[in-house]
Design a binder for this molecule. Sequence first.
Ligand code: GRG
Length: 311
Amino acid sequence: MDFAFFRCQAEQQFQIAGSMELKRYLVARQKEVDRALDRFLPKESTPPVTIHKAMRYSLFAGGKRLRPILCLAAAEACGGKISAALPLACAVECIHTYSLVHDDLPSMDNDDLRRGRATCHKVFGDGIAILAGDALLTIAFEIAANVQTKRYDLREIFREIATAAGSQKLIAGQVADLEAEGRRINRAQLRYIHENKTAALLTASVRLGAMAANAAQKQLTAITAFGRALGLAFQVIDDILDVTQTSEKLGKSAGKDVAAKKATYPAVIGLDKSRAEARRLTSEAHCALKSLGESATVLRALADYLLQREY
Ligand code: GRG
């Protein structure tokens, strides 16, 4: 497949001055990402149709597109164009969706609801859901291969993606999470799970955006520190929402962490301390962006938005 013809439809500039502007920004970027994903993914009618239907079913189920939006915003913060970062933004969303499809399987979290609808294996069966996850992981690299950068070559980009999704990051977090079920773990062990299961892919998302923008080393270092703090804050908030929100609001089964005796921040340090920790990590994310000045306004607004999110 040749995606070289693909160009972003609008290099729309936003002034983020309040929550309404940010909402408008998010909707515009979500549409941009959805259009690009639609171009990159094989059509449902492409044989074998079952697998392409299953991949599209999960990918277009109404996810927030947070990781791709962060990737695009990081590219802008480093002086790049979102069109240059779009293949990498789509690649991280494919990896994220693969991890959700596999996480929902009966042999993992055994969930019936994701993104407000029946999980992939409930609709297509376990076998096709496993293959849809595999295919989403694989196509991420095919899509990422469309990126054109000067400072970073494709090997570095692929290494970045493979490391974040691999056995010492995303999968390491999932392994530790599975092994912690029903056991008492301490705060350091919990942080290890969250750093790998959640923060690694969020960090890679912003780093890839910066790399697509040919970021200088100093910019990449700032973006990396931002990604780590934001990624951890995101998971602490996710843990809080699991105990404070309904399934309808979340679009996934609420209260699942408690029922499955999962290692979460509220379980280990309590709800109030978890909220304080999320605020502390968000301000750490802000500090990391200091050297980027005005160009990182959107990233700052996104960090604040995520702290206040309700789903
Ligand atoms: C199966 C290798 C493998 C990993 C699974 C993604 C994951 C690891 C587990 C799912 C459960 C969980 C709490 C993951 C942490 C990351 C997270 C909060 C995912 C949900 O991300 P959102 O809220 O989801 O961005 P949407 O649907 O909006 O994209």
